[in-house]
Design a protein around this ligand. Structure first.
Ligand SMILES: O=P(O)(O)OC[C@@H](O)[C@@H](O)c1c[nH]c2ccccc12
Length: 284
């Protein structure tokens, strides 16, 4: 009993709770992604706050990295600008702290393994928790090598969220779902297509059967599925919300920030998130 209470209070449980709440409301979870420090440190705080006002359920906070293998041109560009302007892991912690001081919306760090390893796994997880972060996604960390980070994350009540690419074998999929189910909370991140991040016009044709394949493993263990890569319109979000439990939008937001002035950015981001949020009600 005591152990269960501890789990409920953990940061990771706040992520699970966001999915539960959306489900009760008959909609999917909306997870916008923002690169920390893009277009600069101060402004990234403002655009993230605007996304929360617009109805974001969970925020993915990107840690910029010089060699981002899975990032398409848009996210890469945002990362380069952020690094040039001095963004660092410490800076990302500062951003997380400012956001979490003003909002209950769960924050998830999305960062490559090398900088996190260099920072120190224990220190990274301890500080992430202190600064209000609820979970971590590390796109280049295979589940077989994730044990040290998973231990540190679990010790601090953080969810370690794994990506499920379309090329994954069933055996590994089962293992990934099991790892999330054993942890303190979170979800699996279904990568909609083989390739890199980036807004696209159409959803991949195989997506429905791919999600159904993941569901076979997640259903019994009640692990939510969020889908990302290539989503940009309310219609995309509506389609995803019929198939899965949540949707991630990254590049389309970077593009939006790119084509608006700093004064306009918070309003534009808020309006865009509101329009995507309409899409989360898949039954409409
Ligand atoms: O940009 P898109 O296509 O909307 O996809 C989200 C994605 O950018 C975000 O989740 C992300 C940023 N960097 C990543 C690296 C790997 C996997 C996912 C990501």
């Amino acid at each position: 009993m005591e152990r269960r209470q501890e789990t409920i209070a953990s940061p990771a449980a706040r992520i699970t709770h966001a999915f539960e709440r959306a489900k009760e409301e008959g909609r999917g979870v909306l997870i916008p992604y923002f690169m920390c420090g893009y277009p600069n440190e101060e402004q990234s705080v403002h655009v993230i706050q605007a996304a929360i006002e617009g109805g974001a359920d969970i925020i993915e906070l990107g840690l910029p990295f010089s060699d981002p293998l899975a990032d398409g041109a848009t996210i890469q560009h945002a990362g380069h600008v952020a690094l040039e302007r001095g963004m660092s892991i410490r800076g990302c912690m500062r951003i997380a702290e400012r956001i979490s001081a003003q909002s209950e919306t769960p924050l998830v760090f999305m960062g490559y393994y090398n900088p996190i390893l260099a920072y120190g796994l224990e220190r990274f997880c301890a500080e992430a928790r202190q600064h209000g972060v609820c979970g971590i996604i590390v796109p280049d960390l295979p589940p077989d090598e994730a044990e040290p980070l998973r231990e540190a994350a679990t010790r601090h009540g953080l969810a370690l969220i794994f990506l499920i690419p379309p090329t994954i074998k069933d055996e590994r999929m089962e293992r990934v779902v099991e790892l999330v189910a054993q942890g303190p909370g979170g979800f699996v991140y279904c990568v909609s297509l083989s390739g890199v991040t980036g807004a696209r016009t159409e959803l991949p044709a195989h997506l429905q059967s791919f999600i159904a394949r993941i569901r076979r493993y997640t259903e019994a263990k009640q692990v939510p599925i969020a889908v990302g890569f290539g989503l940009s319109t309310p219609e995309h979000i509506a389609q995803i919300s019929r198939l899965a439990d949540g949707a991630v939008v990254g590049s389309a937001l970077v593009n939006l920030i790119d084509r608006t002035s700093e004064e306009e950015q918070p309003g534009a981001v808020k309006g865009y998130i509101q329009s995507l949020h309409q899409g989360t009600r898949s039954n409409q």
